[in-house]
Design a protein around this ligand. Structure first.
Ligand code: GTP
Ligand code: MG
Length: 181
């Protein structure tokens, strides 16, 4: 199972420079350094998206076309000091175009407005190779319990490792299902 070839086609810092929304979009949202850009590469089996060990690498919203079928949208991580308040407000607008995002537990309240908008959401727990299996199992239960309160959020969090490629196939299937490919 593969995703269509990925190619960068637009970068934007403000909603007025977003490309027109012609196809479904799968966006990756979460705190800086959780591994959003790496996850896009792993899903598409590519290295088109730049990643870094320092938080705050992705500084604009980057749009990648997956063939002609859908777009993958790489968001700048939030929770990072240099981001101005006005920039955060602008990002919220893009978030209404979101289908999938990464998740860090204490920031779930930032996503309440997404829940209200009825956007389809999949919680992804990243870097699972860094957590020992018993801890992972415990986190899964905690997060899953929280998700039961939201209608448009998938029941199960997906646990992935871009590094070890665990869970990637499952998330890839989920992405394709979401975009009706
Ligand atoms: P921002 O663009 O700053 O928001 O960060 P990001 O969420 O895009 O993170 P990025 O993909 O750049 O990865 C950050 C760091 O985490 C890099 O050093 C990656 O190599 C590392 N990383 C990404 N995925 C994994 C993973 O599955 N396991 C481990 N151990 N490290 C990972
Ligand atoms: Mg990034």
């Amino acid at each position: 199972l593969e995703l269509p070839h990925l190619s960068f086609f637009a970068g934007a810092k403000i909603p007025s420079s977003f490309p027109p929304e012609r196809v479904s979009e799968v966006a990756f949202v979460g705190r800086s350094n959780v591994g959003k850009s790496s996850l896009i590469n792993a899903l598409a089996d590519t290295t088109v998206v730049r990643t870094s060990d320092k938080p705050g690498l992705t500084r604009q919203i980057n749009f990648y076309a997956a063939g002609k079928i859908f777009n993958m949208v790489d968001m700048p991580g939030y929770g990072f000091a240099y981001v101005k308040e006005e920039e955060k407000t602008q990002w919220r607008e893009l978030l209404s175009r979101i289908f999938i995002f990464t998740y860090k537990e204490k920031n779930i309240k930032n996503f309440f407005f997404l829940f209200r908008k009825g956007v389809e959401i999949q919680i992804v727990l990243t870097k699972c190779d860094m957590v020992i299996p018993p801890d992972l199992a415990r986190r899964y239960v905690v997060v899953k319990e929280k998700l039961q309160h939201y209608k448009n959020v998938a029941d199960d969090p997906l646990m992935v490792s871009a590094r070890k490629k665990t869970g990637i196939l499952k998330l890839r299937k989920e992405v394709l299902r979401t975009v009706d490919a």
